[in-house]
Ligand binder design. Structure first.
Ligand SMILES: Nc1ncnc2c1ncn2[C@@H]1O[C@H](COP(=O)(O)OP(=O)(O)OP(=O)(O)O)[C@@H](O)[C@H]1O
Length: 371
């Protein structure tokens, strides 16, 4: 196991800047996720750590040692990239055993069988060991590729979307499995690339949120959820996504109030680094809204805004109701039965809990200015 530190990585491919001043450190034994949309620079970061891509600037340290001049195969980092290259003519067992047969890791036959058997058991592929990998489904192949990484004792595991090709059910099952492995059986330092926020929240000790080659925030799952650094991070977590409303601050009795540009949404916002008159953007998560049909009591401290049903989307036992409030749209999840009688155009109320509402500077990536 080892700690990894990445300092000021900069990488451009021609005119495309893939990484800009990317820095983070991963503690020994930590499970660290790089989360971001397509093209954010996640794979490039991982490849710089692995030594497969050379940054124009910046350094990578493994256990305090600058590994800039160390060849990838001497960094003792086990990698699994999305395009899992297995040997098609070999069995699952031989594919998984191959890293243990390299000169650097040569183990005797019994030790290899023991290690491969144990990891295959963990990944639920023990019954496939004798099969050729050409006789596997994509999901099974992906598990073999992951197994081939995990068999090898390494300073750290570098995993690039290792669950990307699994169907939704298997993905959820494997996520739980991986969590058990990472936090139980194998507490090896892991850097894990994903664009799936649920995966990041459920697996990671800490998450780095990347976009356009820049890190927006590094934090624990609770920090990135409860204290997003900016509106980009806030919208990266949660489904339905956080809803943004643009407007400005006005004076209130005890705290300033946010009033949307069209006047349709007004909520008190305390502890904000801004003054009345300043333009701001608020972020309201669907889970902090309650749908009311007809007149109903509003709990103390809550605020009700009026709108009309814009669209209904049935998602199993829940329905996502998007409500148009003035010129903005707010989404709320309700039990399917509650939405049964609703149709587009119906007048409804939304009760907002102002407490968890975030306030940001205006724009797509405005910094959070509320506590
Ligand atoms: N070898 C390359 N040549 C040219 N441009 C590249 C190369 N590798 C990556 N890029 C560019 O660098 C940027 C970051 O790419 P990277 O693959 O790191 O993103 P990513 O976050 O892993 O995306 P994805 O989730 O789609 O894999 C992108 O704009 C990409 O097009």
């Amino acid at each position: 196991m080892a700690a990894i530190e990445v300092r000021g990585l900069h990488k451009a491919f021609g005119k495309v800047t893939a990484l800009e001043e990317v820095s983070f450190s991963v503690a020994d034994g930590e499970f660290f996720c790089l989360l971001g949309p397509s093209g954010a620079g996640k794979t490039t970061t991982l490849k710089c750590v692995a030594g497969l891509t050379r940054p124009q600037r910046g350094s990578v340290f493994v256990d305090g040692e600058d590994v800039g001049d160390i060849e990838p195969n001497h960094r003792n980092l086990a990698m699994c990239f999305e395009s899992y290259a297995l040997y098609p003519q070999l069995s699952v067992f031989d594919n998984m055993a191959s890293p243990l047969r390299s000169p650097a890791h040569r183990l005797d036959g019994d030790a290899v069988r023991h290690r491969v058997g144990g990891i295959a058991e963990l990944l639920g592929i023990a019954q496939l060991l004798d099969r050729g990998v050409d006789q596997l489904s994509n999901g099974q192949r992906q598990r073999v590729a992951l197994g081939r990484v995990l068999v090898r004792p390494a300073n750290a595991y570098l995993l690039d979307e290792p669950l990307a090709h699994l169907d939704a059910k298997l993905r959820t099952a494997m996520r739980a499995e991986l969590k058990r492995i990472a936090h139980g059986e194998l507490t090896t330092t892991t850097v894990y690339v994903t664009h799936d926020y649920v995966e990041a929240l459920s697996l990671a000790d800490r998450i780095a949120v990347l976009k356009d080659g820049r890190i927006h925030q590094v934090g624990t799952p609770a920090q990135v959820w409860n204290e997003p650094a900016d509106s980009f991070v806030a919208q990266a977590f949660g489904k339905p996504r956080i809803c943004f409303v643009d407007g400005g601050l006005v004076d209130g009795d005890e705290t300033p109030w946010f009033v949307s540009s069209d006047g349709a949404v007004s909520i008190p916002v305390g502890g904000v680094e801004a003054r009345p008159g300043d333009a701001v953007r608020v972020g309201i998560r669907p889970r902090d809204l309650v749908l009311q049909v007809g007149a109903a009591e509003v709990a103390p401290g809550r605020v009700r805004v009026e709108g009309a049903v814009y669209v209904l989307e049935h998602l199993g036992r829940q329905t996502e109701v998007t409500v148009q409030v003035g010129q903005t749209w707010l989404s709320v999840l309700v039990p399917r039965a509650q939405a049964a009688g609703l149709a587009a155009g119906d007048k409804v109320g939304l009760v907002i809990d102002p407490e968890p509402v975030h306030v940001f500077l205006p724009g797509e990536q405005g910094r959070r200015i509320s506590q």
